[in-house]
Design a protein. Structure first.
Length: 203
């Protein structure tokens, strides 16, 4: 594509636009293996999971539409496939994830940090998968209340001014999801972003 400024002249629907040679994207993986995966595990996937998976595999392929740009300098036309815009997509939303991470890093205080993990018992995991929104909300509320209550205890911290940020992640082990809610973070860990805030209101 030209480096000069482009002006939109018309929308267009294209098949697959020219793609740069690069490592496989999550969309490439979903397009190749998604149908077989859904055929095998579809019954255990939520409606939202199936929807997101299909959106990511259509991202920037032309299936979601495209825009036709014309370069003011050279007069050439460029067809640009539309992105899916889903927040889970690293291909088109990766910059937003980086902006979020940078914002969290700006909140870091010059003091020690700790990672606290709350794990859902095995007996509740099937129920959590069936009711993710309500269960995740309850999990965040319960873990936050626990941290605040412990922090108030003089035996541990002795203050109600506790700052923390929670991050939800799942670990798949032998086909069974393990749901964890992470509290304050200390040392760097490859599986976690920077779930710590300097806010003192306990949220």
């Amino acid at each position: 594509m030209c480096n000069n400024q482009l002006a939109v002249v018309a929308p267009a629907v294209s098949a697959h636009a020219e793609r740069r040679a690069a490592a496989p994207t999550i969309g490439d993986i979903f397009r190749q293996y998604g149908p077989a995966y859904r055929a095998k595990f579809g019954a255990r996937m939520s409606r939202d999971q199936r929807r997101v998976m299909k959106l990511l595999q259509r991202c920037r392929t032309g299936e979601l539409g495209a825009a036709l740009y014309r370069c003011d300098a050279c007069g050439r036309d460029h067809v640009v496939p539309q992105s899916c815009g889903n927040r889970h997509c690293p291909q088109c939303q990766g910059h937003k994830a980086k902006e979020w991470l940078d914002a969290q890093l700006e909140k870091l205080l010059p003091c020690p940090y700790f990672l606290i993990t709350f794990t859902v018992p095995k007996e509740l995991r099937r129920f959590v998968r069936a009711h993710p929104r309500d269960c995740y909300r309850a999990m965040f509320q319960a873990s936050a209340a626990t941290l605040i209550e412990l922090a108030r205890n003089p035996k541990y911290v002795g203050s109600s001014r506790l700052g923390f940020t929670g991050v939800l992640h799942t670990v798949l082990k032998k086909g069974s999801g393990t749901f964890c809610r992470n509290g304050p973070k200390g040392a760097a860990h490859k599986m976690y972003l920077t779930p710590f805030s300097k806010r003192g209101d306990g949220r």
